[in-house]
Structures are given as structure tokens and as C-alpha cells.
Design a protein around this ligand. Structure first.
Ligand SMILES: Cc1ncc(COP(=O)(O)OP(=O)(O)O)c(N)n1
Ligand SMILES: Cc1nc(C(=O)O)sc1CCOP(=O)(O)O
Ligand SMILES: [Mg+2]
Length: 217
């Protein structure tokens, strides 16, 4: 089911499949704390079967909590598990192709780092933009220098779709990102690698505007 316009969740919790992390435990804790959206992201080296198995379980947990489930990169997995949509970046299908694959009602997110790409993703049918890295992150290698709040602002001012800031986001950094025009944030380590992912999720929800547009049915 599509999310009504303007009701995209503000907290996107992204799965962490790195060694030593209890991936599903963190997802369960985040959902119990009220996380409205989980994005299933696996390492590039993971098999499609591993991605599917994780996505199936996350989609079921999301359904139990009336939360939204998106799948990163692997749109066939998104379709196979009945996810609400997917997220694509520069090495994935282009946004217009992702939109064709997932259909007109799906949530389609596209990564961008500067305003022109944001405008182009919007024209191609993106529902939202993932913009980063907002801050330094050790979760993903090979990223450009952090954009900071100014870089988030530049993209947010260029488009009329929600901007989700990603990269090194902590609760303390959320207010500046919102001031810069971000609609919300996407988070890996600060939730999945927290000592208490439930409390970490609560800390994010406290600093984000309240979200009442949870998926129905
Ligand atoms: C919300 C959000 N924003 C950005 C990304 C990054 O996607 P991408 O550039 O395709 O990189 P990978 O995550 O695939 O390594 C994201 N996943 N979510
Ligand atoms: C997967 C990803 N993409 C980014 C981008 O800027 O495109 S930053 C990032 C990692 C985000 O993890 P954390 O919350 O642990 O910093
Ligand atoms: Mg990708």
C-alpha cells in the first residue's frame, strides 16, 4: 500500500547485518519502540536468498507493527516479500526503472548528494531522497566527504519531495538536520549497534516531529 502524500515516516531504521550485530533483535526492538519504517539492507556480497530470507522476516515483523518495509537495492526481493517499496542509489537500477519495476503506488527512494541529482530523481518518480553522508560514518566505505547541514539544505531547497538525511545521524544531530529542511533521518549504527536499540529508537522518536500516518491495514 502506498503512503499518503506527506505521510512518509521520519525515522527510517536500516538493518545492520555486520558481524556481531543481532540484526533481527534490533529490528524487533526498534519496532516495539515505535519505529515506523524499516529498510532491509544487506551487504553487497550477500546472496539473494539471504536477502530474501531476512526481508521476509522483517516484512512480517513490520506487518505485525503496522510499519512500512522497504528493501534496499534488490527490487525483486522487495516484490517477492510484498514490501512497500525500495531504495536505489548510483550503482542500482535508475529511479525511473525502479519506479517501473515497483509500480506507481510503491515508495521509491533514491540516493542523491547534490541538488541536480535530486531534481532528476524527482522527475524520474522518486517518492523521497536519501541525502548523505550528512556526517562521517563508519558503516559504509567509499563515501564522499560529509555534506553537513548545508549540503542537506541545498538539496531540500531544490525539491518538493521529502529529504531523508543519512550518515552518522544521532539524536543530537537531528535538530540541525530538520532545521536544514530534512523531513527525517535514516539510521544504522546509532540504533542497531546501540547497547539498547529500544531506548535508542525512543531517543530518535523524541526529537522527530510526531508521526501519525502509520500504514493502515
Ligand atoms: C534512506 C537511504 N538513503 C541512502 C541510502 C544509500 O543507498 P545507496 O547509495 O544505494 O547505497 P547502499 O545503501 O546500497 O550501499 C540508503 N540505503 N537509504
Ligand atoms: C548506507 C549509507 N549510505 C550513505 C550515503 O550517504 O549514501 S551513509 C550510509 C550509512 C549510514 O549508516 P550510519 O547511520 O551507521 O552512519
Ligand atoms: Mg544501493
Amino acid at each position: 500500500m502506498a503512503v499518503p502524500p506527506g505521510a512518509l515516516p521520519r525515522l527510517h531504521v536500516i538493518t545492520d547485518t555486520s558481524p556481531g550485530v543481532d540484526t533481527l533483535g534490533a529490528v524487533r526492538a526498534a519496532l516495539s519502540a515505535g519505529a515506523p519504517l524499516i529498510q532491509v539492507r544487506v551487504e553487497d556480497a550477500a546472496t539473494d536468498r539471504a536477502a530474501f530470507d531476512l526481508a521476509l522476516r522483517v516484512a512480517a515483523l513490520c506487518a505485525d507493527h503496522a510499519a512500512i518495509c522497504l528493501v534496499n537495492d534488490r527490487l525483486h526481493v522487495a516484490l517477492a516479500v510484498g514490501a512497500h517499496g525500495g531504495h536505489v542509489g548510483a550503482e542500482d537500477l535508475p529511479v525511473d526503472a525502479a519506479r517501473r519495476v515497483l509500480g506507481p503506488k510503491a515508495i521509491v527512494g533514491g540516493t542523491c548528494r547534490e541538488p541536480d541529482a535530486g531534481r532528476s530523481h524527482r522527475r524520474a518518480g522518486a517518492s523521497y531522497l536519501g541525502v548523505g553522508p550528512a556526517h562521517h560514518t563508519s558503516t559504509k566505505d567509499g563515501l564522499p566527504d560529509p555534506l553537513g547541514a548545508a549540503g542537506i539544505r541545498a538539496v531540500a531547497q531544490a525539491v518538493d519531495i521529502p529529504v531523508i538525511a543519512i550518515g552518522g545521524v544521532t539524536p543530537e544531530r537531528v535538530p540541525d538536520l530538520l532545521d536544514a529542511g530534512a523531513h527525517g533521518v535514516a539510521v544504522v549504527a546509532a540504533i542497531s549497534r546501540a547497547a539498547d536499540p529500544f531506548e535508542a529508537t525512543k531517543s530518535f522518536l523524541k526529537v522527530l516531529p510526531s508521526f501519525e500516518g502509520r500504514r493502515e491495514g
